[in-house]
Design a protein around this ligand. Structure first.
Ligand code: GAR
Length: 204
């Protein structure tokens, strides 16, 4: 633990890590002040998110399902315990966690999802697929949600949401980018601070 007045955060990633970057920047800018990112854990050894963490001087770890099979989650839990982690932030983490895992960290795992839950969420809705589904349905407004993680994919209590307009001519890619810029990168740091401040105020 670097600072006992701040909640130790683990960020779990799988890909580009733009949401991780938003968290790192929010920590630098003082938007996140009740927590500190202590470790970034990736289930993909090639995730660019790992480079972002290293550039920011944050400890990294890679745990892959391929190499560890069912022990995959146990390895992550061990890393979380070893590092005294109080909050787990899923930032583009593409593995669905088992109920054993979510129960071990009840109310201590949050996730950012690129739609207004309960629309376009649950198993099979991740990354660009979410925006493809929103465009196929023809919705005029979409957005992002930060929620607690329980055993139901995208089913935990909602913490924060932000709406984003769908524009004429949007492709899944343009919509994804707008949802990130206008919603995800704003509400994920804010929700992280909110949950960390609650954890610290409880004196846990
Ligand atoms: C983000 O849009 C995130 O909301 C989404 O994947 C992207 C990851 O981007 N997550 C999910 O779809 C989870 N169901 P990033 O690696 O650049 O943060």
């Amino acid at each position: 633990m670097l600072n006992t007045e701040k909640a130790d955060i683990a960020v779990l990633v799988s890909g580009g890590g733009t949401n991780l970057q938003a968290l790192i920047d929010a920590q630098t800018d003082g938007i996140i002040k009740s927590g500190q990112i202590s470790i970034v854990i990736s289930d993909n050894p090639n995730a660019y998110a790992l480079e972002r963490a290293k550039k920011a001087g944050i400890k990294t770890a890679v745990v892959t399902k391929k190499s560890r099979g069912i022990a995959f989650e146990d390895d992550i839990i061990e890393l979380l315990n070893e590092n005294g982690i109080e909050l787990v932030v899923l930032a583009g983490f593409m593995t669905i966690l088992s109920s054993k895992f979510t129960k071990a960290f009840e109310n201590r795992i949050i996730n950012v999802h690129p739609s207004l839950i309960p629309s376009f969420c649950g198993k099979g809705f991740y990354g660009l697929k979410v925006h493809e589904a929103a465009l196929n349905k023809g919705v005029k407004v979409t957005g992002a949600t930060v929620h607690f993680v329980n055993e139901i994919p995208d089913g935990g209590e909602i913490i924060m949401q932000k709406a984003v307009d769908v524009l004429e001519g949007d492709t899944p890619e343009t919509l994804q980018k707008r949802v990130m810029i206008e919603a995800e990168w704003i509400i994920l740091p804010k929700a992280t601070e909110l949950v960390c401040s609650k954890i610290m105020n409880k004196g846990e």
